[in-house]
Design a protein around this ligand. Structure first.
Ligand code: NAI
Ligand code: MG
Length: 477
């Protein structure tokens, strides 16, 4: 049984109710979390406010940095334990779970170093005045975290918020949150004062909604679906609470005829199979120059057929999806493809060892998907890659920009001038040229435009979103 973590103490929900955690690899329950309500959330917000005003507020930036660094080192010491927790919780292959624990440590390391390098400016002004700006923390920040990368998203969101001097109330996803409860304990062990990191588990429509509504929350970071992103904005708008939203994408991989296919093919595959396609920045649309469309699809088809899906601990190319509803979501997209007579190029295989009760889905490559079909417009959040051909550069740009999203794009071409033109013309928060994701670097500002959301996480840039700027003008004559 797991408890909320409030004011550095394991705390049961006042609801007296719990939610069973299912292992995606076999669909069986293995633990329970608290099904928290608005009263539990209120307790966490009060603890956070108390922690901020009594203690955290008095920490110097350098002291905050030292504490974040201690947590980073502690996470590294516990990396095996944390990745094992995340693996079972999310169904992640071992390599992915380990990479996620390493990324969590790296976020805290990066933001540890950034704490005392965040400063304002002085502004030349009228004679007799001195003007300066201060970057002040919002105060109590709320973090609503999805199930696809709990540790990584906690790292980028909570790491940045703490570095900027905020305290945090975290609502992890009901499907995967055990790693974060453990990290909060580790934070207390290295000396984080009570109330600085609080975790309250439960359903989105219950405790998540309570977080969005709570007048004591001064800023909300949300990563998840566009539909819930809209709800959060509506609720937060009632009290004009600032929000940062990361709502996923339908990101294109654009391959020109002069591309280095040796480099492109593995990156295209890992861009869609990583975490079984349950990645906001998944490269889920493949746009290919007509001149190489057939040979590239043939090559990718062979590669797809060799992909293996199985229980997380087998550490294959793909693990299971998070839950039965996600599996059903992918099936619905694939049955729509059949109805629309969309051609399947190839599919990987689910291994025999995979229990029937697990939530498996073979990676699937579809071709000639009409630009307006929902498979080319909506986020599947599963291992489904849709291929389409383009005639020329203008057509590629038009197709790349023809979705409601704008998070990430990959461009594969040897032509230097075209690399720059494409980077300028694509409407998205990140563009990768001759790579996809650049190793996910913590340093690289991340976030979208259009329905992918707004605000930037990661990098130094994120700290601007976690602060509010105060202008101080002194008239001294
Ligand atoms: P979701 O948007 O419902 O869940 C994300 C987080 O929001 C979870 O912590 C959830 O408990 C919380 N939440 C849900 N309803 C809420 C509410 N009314 N108020 C406050 N918080 C609330 O996403 P879900 O249902 O897990 O997945 C559905 C689809 O959303 C996926 O298939 C995928 O397309 C997309 N998604 C995108 C993610 C991304 O990384 N951009 C992450 C997770 C989901
Ligand atoms: Mg939902």
């Amino acid at each position: 049984m797991q408890f909320n973590y409030i004011a550095n103490a394991c705390t049961p929900s006042s609801s007296g109710r719990t939610i069973a955690m299912l292992d995606p690899s076999d669909g069986q329950p293995y633990d329970e979390i608290q099904r928290s309500n608005a009263a539990d959330l209120d307790l966490a917000v009060r603890a956070a406010r108390q922690g901020l005003e009594a203690v955290w507020h008095k920490f110097s930036a350098a002291e905050r940095g030292r504490l974040l660094m201690r947590l980073s080192l502690k996470i590294t010491e516990h990396a095996d334990e944390l990745s094992a927790i995340e693996q079972r919780d999310c169904g992640k292959p071992t390599k992915q779970a380990r990479a996620d624990a390493a990324a969590l440590a790296r976020y805290f390391e990066f933001y540890a170093g950034a704490c005392d390098k965040l400063h304002g400016e002085t502004i030349p002004y009228l004679d007799g005045y001195s003007v300066l700006t201060w970057r002040e923390p919002h105060g109590v920040t709320g973090h609503i975290i999805p199930w696809n990368y709990p540790m990584q998203i906690f790292g980028r969101s909570v790491g940045g918020a703490l570095a900027a001097g905020n305290v945090c109330v975290v609502k992890p996803a009901e499907d995967a949150c055990l790693s974060l409860l453990r990290v909060a304990q580790l934070a207390a062990e290295v000396g984080f004062p009570a109330g600085v990191i609080n975790i309250v588990t439960g359903y989105g429509h219950e405790v998540g909604d309570a977080l969005a509504r709570h007048p004591g929350i001064d800023h909300i970071s949300f990563t998840g679906s566009p539909a819930i992103g809209t709800l959060i904005q509506q609720v937060a708008a009632q009290r004009h609470c600032p929000v940062t939203l990361e709502l996923g994408g339908k990101s294109p991989q654009i391959v020109f005829a002069d591309a280095d296919l040796e480099a492109a093919v593995p990156a295209i595959i890992s861009g869609i199979v990583q975490n079984s396609g349950q990645t906001c920045s998944a490269g889920s649309r493949l746009l290919v120059d007509l001149a190489i469309y057939e040979p590239l699809l043939e090559r990718l088809g062979q590669a797809f057929e060799n992909l293996r899906v199985g229980p997380a601990a087998m550490d294959l190319d793909l693990g299971p999806l998070i839950r039965q509803q996600q599996q059903q979501r992918v099936w619905d997209f694939l049955s729509d493809a059949q109805v629309a007579n969309i051609t399947m190029v190839a599919q990987g295989k689910v291994v025999e060892e995979a229990p029937q009760t697990g939530f498996y889905q073979a990676p699937t490559l579809l071709r000639d998907v009409p630009v307006t079909h929902r498979l080319a417009q909506e986020e599947v959040f599963g291992p489904v890659l849709v291929a389409m051909s383009f005639r020329d550069e203008d057509h590629a740009v038009e197709m790349a920009n023809a979705t409601p999203f704008g998070l990430v794009a990959g461009v594969w071409t040897a032509d230097g001038a075209r690399q720059f033109r494409m980077a300028r013309r694509i409407r998205s928060g990140q563009v990768f040229i001759n790579n996809y994701g650049a190793g996910g670097g913590v340093e690289l500002p991340f976030g979208g435009i259009k329905s992918s959301g707004y605000g930037r996480e990661k990098g130094v840039e994120a700290l601007h979103g976690f602060t509010t700027l105060k202008t101080v003008a002194i008239k001294h004559g």
